[in-house]
Design a binder for this molecule. Structure first.
Ligand SMILES: Cc1ncc(COP(=O)(O)O)c(C=O)c1O
Length: 422
C-alpha cells in the first residue's frame, strides 16, 4: 500500500511510518510520496496518450513553482516531464536536476535582463511573452548578446478560472497575458524584429481551476486567432495550453482528465501545432504532507487551541488564501473526536490553519500531518520570526531520503551585515 496510508494504527508515507521520519529528522518536515507523484503523472500523460496520436503528444512542462526541490524535479524528469520556470533560480534548479535547456519554457509577466541572458545562453525552448514592452526588452537583450530568442505570446482570454481570486489569472483585469488585438500587434511587431522568432500562443487561466468548463471556453478562443494569424502570414507552430488542474483538498469536483483530453483533441489538435502543457499542483499537491508536532493544547472558554510547531511561515496557504487543508493525527487515530483551532506559534492571529475542526483528540508531543501540502508549500515558506525552513523528505519505494536538511538558524543570521556606522 503506497501513498499516505494507515498501517497498524500509524500513518505511513509509501510504507514508511511518519513516526520514524519525525524521530530521524524532527518536525516540522515536508514529506513527499514518490508513488503519488508517479500516479498523478501517469494519469495525466495516460489521458493524453489515449486521446491524441503518438506524434502529437503534448510536452508536459512541470510548473516547478509548485515545488522546486531538485530531487522532485529530477524524479519528475525521470518520469518524462519537461519544465516550466518563472525565474533564473528555477532555471538553475532545472539544469541541476538534469533537464536539458531545450526542455525548458520560461513564463511570467516580467523577466529581468540577467534572467533572459541566462535562459538564452542556456538555450531554452521558448519565452512566453506577456506584453509589448516585454517583447521589446527580450529583443533588445537578445540583440545585445547575439542569441535569437524564440517566443510565444500569452493570450488573456478573459475567462475566470482559478480556485480563488488570487490564483485566477485569465480575466481581462488580471496582469497576465494580452488580448486578441494585442496578439496581432505583437506578431506584427515581432516580424520586424531581428533578434527573435514568434512561433505561437500560450494560455493559462489560473490555478486549482474549479469551474473546469473554463478550460474549454479558453481553448475555444484559440482557433480563430490562430487562423487569423496564419492568414496574416505569421507562423503558429506551438500552442502552450497551460496548467491549473485541480486537486482534492476537501470535497472539490475534480477535472475529468478524459474530458479535458477530448477538448484538446477536438479544439487544439486540429490546429496542427506542437502542444505544451504546464501542470504544477496536479503532479505534486496531494503527494506531500507537512509533518508537525503538537506543542501544547491550550484550553480557553471559547475554544481549545492545538498549538503545533508548524506555522504560517512553513505553509502559508491557509493564511494567504483561506485555503482548506485536511489535518490528521499520525498515531492514536481511533481516539475520541474533539474540536480544535489549529494554530502555529507565530505572533499573528492569522497564523491559523483551521478553526473549530473536528479531529481525533491529541496531546502534547503527538504528531499530526497537514495534508495536500506538496504544492505551494515549502516553496512559499519564509524565515518569518527567524524560523528556519523545514526539512524535506522524499519517500521512494519504502525508503525515506532527506532531500533538503532543516535550515540552521545561524545560516539565516549569518546573512546579515552590521555596517560600521562610525
Ligand atoms: C504560467 C503558469 N503556468 C502553470 C502554472 C501552474 O499552475 P498549477 O500549479 O495550478 O497547475 C502557473 C501557476 O500559477 C502559471 O502561472
Amino acid at each position: 500500500m503506497s501513498g499516505f496510508t494507515e498501517i497498524k494504527g500509524v500513518l505511513n508515507a509509501d510504507n514508511v511510518p511518519l513516526t520514524e521520519i519525525a524521530a530521524a529528522y524532527g518536525t516540522p518536515t515536508y514529506v513527499y510520496s514518490a508513488h503519488v507523484m508517479k500516479t498523478q503523472y501517469e494519469a495525466l500523460a495516460g489521458a493524453m496518450k489515449c486521446a491524441l496520436p503518438a506524434d502529437k503528444q503534448p510536452i508536459l512542462c512541470y510548473a516547478c513553482k509548485a515545488n522546486s526541490n531538485v530531487a522532485v524535479l529530477s524524479y519528475l524528469r525521470s518520469l518524462g516531464a519537461s519544465l516550466e520556470i518563472v525565474s533564473e533560480g528555477e532555471l538553475h534548479r532545472g539544469l541541476a536536476a538534469g533537464f536539458k535547456a531545450s526542455q525548458i519554457v520560461s513564463t511570467g509577466v516580467g523577466k529581468q535582463r540577467r534572467e533572459i541572458i541566462a535562459c538564452l545562453k542556456a538555450g531554452i525552448h521558448q519565452f512566453n511573452v506577456e506584453s509589448l514592452p516585454e517583447l521589446e526588452h527580450i529583443n533588445n537583450v537578445a540583440g545585445d548578446i547575439g542569441i535569437k530568442a524564440t517566443v510565444v505570446f500569452r493570450l488573456n482570454p478573459n475567462v475566470a478560472g482559478g480556485g480563488n481570486t488570487k490564483i485566477s489569472t485569465g480575466r481581462k483585469r488580471d496582469k497576465f497575458g494580452i488580448n486578441e488585438q494585442t496578439v496581432y500587434k505583437a506578431f506584427d511587431r515581432a516580424a520586424q524584429m531581428d533578434n527573435l522568432d514568434a512561433v505561437g500562443l500560450s494560455v493559462h487561466i489560473g490555478s486549482q481551476v474549479s469551474t473546469v468548463e473554463s478550460f474549454k471556453t479558453a481553448f475555444e478562443k484559440m482557433p480563430s486567432i490562430v487562423h487569423n494569424l496564419r492568414d496574416q502570414g505569421h507562423t503558429v507552430s506551438r500552442l502552450d495550453i497551460g496548467g491549473g488542474f485541480p486537486i482534492i483538498y476537501k470535497d472539490e469536483k475534480l477535472l475529468d482528465l478524459d474530458h479535458y483530453a477530448q477538448w484538446v483533441r477536438d479544439i487544439i489538435l486540429p490546429l496542427d501545432t506542437q502542444i505544451i502543457m504546464e501542470p504544477g499542483r496536479y503532479l505534486v499537491g496531494n503527494a506531500g504532507v507537512l509533518l508537525t508536532e503538537v506543542l501544547h493544547v491550550k484550553e480557553t472558554e471559547e475554544t481549545d487551541f492545538l498549538i503545533i510547531d508548524s506555522a504560517m511561515n512553513d505553509l502559508i496557504r491557509p493564511t494567504l488564501y483561506d485555503a482548506y487543508h485536511g489535518i490528521e493525527a499520525v498515531q492514536n487515530r481511533d481516539a475520541a473526536e474533539h474540536s480544535y483551532d489549529v494554530v502555529g506559534p507565530i505572533c499573528e492571529s492569522g497564523d491559523t490553519f483551521t478553526k473549530g475542526r473536528i479531529l481525533t483528540q491529541m496531546k502534547e508531543g503527538d504528531l499530526a500531518v497537514i495534508k495536500s501540502a506538496g504544492a505551494y508549500g515549502f516553496c512559499m515558506a519564509s524565515n518569518y520570526n527567524t524560523r528556519p525552513l523545514p526539512a524535506e523528505i522524499l519517500v521512494h519505494e519504502g525508503k525515506a531520503h532527506l532531500i533538503c536538511p532543516r535550515q540552521d538558524v545561524h545560516e539565516i543570521i549569518a546573512r546579515d551585515i552590521i555596517p560600521d556606522l562610525g
